[in-house]
Design a protein around this ligand. Structure first.
Ligand code: 3HC
Length: 701
């Protein structure tokens, strides 16, 4: 036995306590401890065994850090087999997180008692895996309804203890005292025959109806997977449970698990699992505690301000929304109510829930009403002069210690902070539209931002269920800055001969949620047009956007005007080619003297993705991002990057930094060289053979 699995005798019942904080993962010493614990329990004369987790949680799964390393025996499948084959009945006391391998352990037990609030699930697909310790074989043998097994395995979504009882996953639920209830059940069944509770012995039969259920489910699973392979492979294994005997099903599951665990997809998904946890932690040099936030002020009730206000109201935090006029407030509040009301229709929220949220919102046209707010987020027009004016006013009214945040997407926050007498209280909280839905929060630490102000922003991210990533000041911070070279390449590819549709399709095939031209149409082509005019691009850069500019000048603003790069069906919003856009593009090509050529999808992917990675490496080299993995978080959570590719930096790493650097050098020496500035950091890493992951370990502050 190991220290991480303790034995406690309560009369005739042995409790094996799993104690491996913080989540009781099934690390090697835990697996070994369970096997030895079962023997010790028997030696101690127990009549039944309860398997329980310390810290109010059962087991959150296999130890993800062990994946990719040589297996140390006993492996989890064999531990589960040992539990199931034990001569004594074993009761799982399921509470807290009972996930992945944790649920597989519970399924190997002969009885399950769950806390009604416990979370039971098989989230392996989120890591590009499938349950690899019998989950795909034992779960369908326990649940009556195959649809429940298919859903749990393919979606990775957990169910509550209460729901688990409804679908037959647990024998009993309690609201408290889970371990005591498990001990009581263990006493009750100690002398009973439990042979039929060994799930490996249950025989399943494939009927026409069940086969039809699998056939019907698969296309939906494939569609929802959006290129991820694990949900499909996992469902195939569940199907096998009905088609082949348990032992053969286990072999199939194991072989599939071994194949997936070394796949690029699983590596990428594991990378992003740890990346999102790292990005939520304060930098090492930051000390202290967050400030207390009881009330939030939002300046602006437009699309961004309204979405941000909704986010805080949803988290139960009172919000005061400031606008210039009552009319603007009316419009903003009506939009928020309408957005929430959509949730009523889809069943996500109740009418009372909407009323509660609306009641948390106060409205005002006077800055004085922000005086009691602990955090004020400005979401006004993206112009330095206006932002400065707002921060000057805030400085006059905000209470001492209030955190003053700007939602700017590009501007210099040091300059904004300098407009106040308290730059230490100022930082960026950059939300993404629609702010109540999009999970990313880019937190911008300005030069003078105080530690506790930064910690407050991180704390608010947690409270409002956002995934944060910290950036330093720099035009466009992490995400928007990298978008420029990405869009530059997309537009160049069109000038050189690809159609917007080909570029979009190549990138959605790669896994992006939307292609760059569809996104531009959605955002409004006039936005980029205006920003280009404000920035006064040089000759090389403005050439690239000649077609896009001409579309705007011809009245094609994107979806809002019914057409942009594409035309949109007014009813369904289905898009099709805009022949006028095609004509404008070819007119521009001729004017610029470009001889078009066939462009491969591979070139589209390489040029756009390597442009992202190159700029990401600049961002990293300049210290705007602390870690490459933070950049990946930003792109996953804010820009629709395919999670199973890990992020633009991880993708570059998976292709090989040497290959990426060689391509970028080739392009920068070629005809389009003016559009490439190879990152020194990227070139150095490629040269030295150091990985981005190692760079992160050595350099992250
Ligand atoms: N293995 C190793 N470390 C894990 C882990 C796991 N399964 N689950 C969580 N951790 C670590 C986290 O990395 C984090 O470490 P850090 O403090 O150094 O950053 C720490 O535990 C706490 O985790 P969270 O910050 O995520 O804590 P929360 O309380 O917010 O969430 C949780 C807890 C819901 C359990 C969440 O951590 C989670 O979803 N974990 C992963 C669960 C999972 O995917 N299980 C399946 C694993 S694969 C498997 O079991 C294969 C099997 O079929 C063979």
């Amino acid at each position: 036995m190991t220290q991480s699995v303790g034995l406690e005798m309560r009369d005739n019942v042995a409790i094996l306590w799993i104690d491996n904080p913080p989540v009781n993962a099934l690390s090697h010493h835990v697996r070994a401890g369970i096997v030895t614990g079962l023997e010790k329990a028997s030696d101690a004369g127990a009549k039944a065994i309860v398997l329980a987790g310390k810290g109010g949680t059962f087991i959150a799964g296999a130890d993800i850090k062990e994946f990719g390393k040589p297996l140390q025996e006993p492996g989890l499948p064999s531990v589960c087999d040992t539990i199931e084959a034990t001569a004594l009945p074993v009761v799982a006391a399921v509470e807290g997180n009972t996930l992945g391998g944790g649920l597989e352990v519970a399924l190997s037990c002969h009885y399950r008692v769950a806390n009604a609030k416990a979370k039971l699930g098989l989230p392996e697909v989120n890591l590009g895996l499938l349950p690899g310790a019998g989950g795909t074989q034992r779960l369908p043998r326990l649940l009556q309804n195959p649809v429940e097994s298919i859903t749990m395995v393919s979606s990775g979504r957990p169910v509550s203890g209460a729901k688990a009882a409804e679908i037959g996953l647990v024998d009993k639920t309690v609201d408290s005292g889970t371990v005591e209830a498990a001990v009581a059940l263990a006493n009750e069944i100690a002398e009973q025959d439990f042979e039929n509770r060994r799930l490996s012995r249950v025989t399943l039969e494939m009927t026409d109806a069940i086969a039809a259920g699998f056939d019907a489910a698969m296309p939906t699973i494939a569609r929802k997977a959006k290129g991820a392979i694990a949900p499909i492979r996992a469902t195939e294994c569940v199907r096998a449970a009905y088609e082949i005997p348990f032992n053969e099903g286990m072999k199939k599951e194991r072989a599939t698990f071994m194949e997936l665990v070394v796949s690029d997809q699983s590596k990428a998904l594991r990378h992003i699992f740890f990346a999102e946890r790292a990005s939520a932690k304060p930098p090492k040099d930051v000390k202290g505690d967050p400030r207390v936030v009881k009330k939030v002020g939002i300046i602006g009730a437009g699309t961004m301000g309204g979405g941000i206000a909704m986010t805080y109201a949803e988290a139960g935090i009172p919000v005061t929304v400031l606008e210039m006029t009552e009319d603007a407030l009316d419009r903003g509040f009506a939009t928020m109510e309408k957005n929430w009301a959509r949730g009523i229709k889809s069943g996500r929220i109740t009418k009372e829930g909407v009323a509660e949220r609306m009641a948390r919102l106060e409205r005002t046209t006077s800055y004085d009403d922000l005086a009691d707010c602990d955090l004020i987020v400005e979401a006004v027009f993206e112009t330095m002069a206006i932002k400065k004016e707002v921060f000057g006013k805030l400085d006059a009214v905000a209470k001492k210690g209030a955190v003053l945040a700007t939602n700017t997407s590009y501007l210099d926050i040091n300059e904004i902070a300098a407009e106040t007498s308290r730059p230490a209280d100022v930082l960026g909280m950059h939300y993404f539209s629609p702010a109540n839905i999009m999970p990313l929060l880019e937190i911008v630490r300005a030069d003078e931002t105080a530690d506790d102000a930064l910690l407050t922003a991180l704390e608010m991210a947690k409270k409002t269920r956002k995934t944060p990533a910290i950036a330093r000041v720099g035009h466009g911070f992490i995400g928007n800055r990298m978008l420029t070279p990405y869009l530059r390449q997309a537009n160049l590819l069109v000038l050189e001969g690809a159609s917007p549709d080909q570029v979009d399709k190549a990138l959605t095939d790669f896994g992006w949620a939307m292609g760059p031209f569809a996104v531009s149409d959605l955002a409004g082509l006039d936005i980029g047009y205006k920003s280009r005019q404000d920035q006064k691009l040089d000759e090389h850069e403005s050439r690239i956007y000649t077609a896009a500019d001409r579309l705007v000048e011809a009245g094609f603003l994107g979806q809002k005007s019914g057409a942009g790069f594409y035309t949109y069906d007014p009813e369904t919003r289905a898009r099709s080619e805009n022949s006028e856009a095609t004509r404008i593009v070819s007119e521009v090509r001729s004017e610029l003297g470009i001889n078009t050529r066939e462009i491969s999808d591979e070139e589209i992917v390489e040029r756009t993705q390597f442009a992202l990675a190159n700029e990401g490496a600049h961002v990293l080299g300049e210290g705007v991002a602390a870690r490459a993995s933070d950049i990946d978080v930003v792109y996953n959570y804010g820009y629709g990057y395919p999670r199973w590719r890990g992020g633009p930096m991880h993708y570059a790493e998976s292709v090989g930094l040497k290959t990426v650097a060689a391509k970028i050098s080739e392009w920068s020496d070629g005809a389009g060289g003016v559009h490439w500035t190879p990152s020194d950091l990227l070139m150095e890493l490629a040269e030295s053979g150091q990985s981005l992951a190692d760079w992160d370990k050595e350099n992250a502050s």
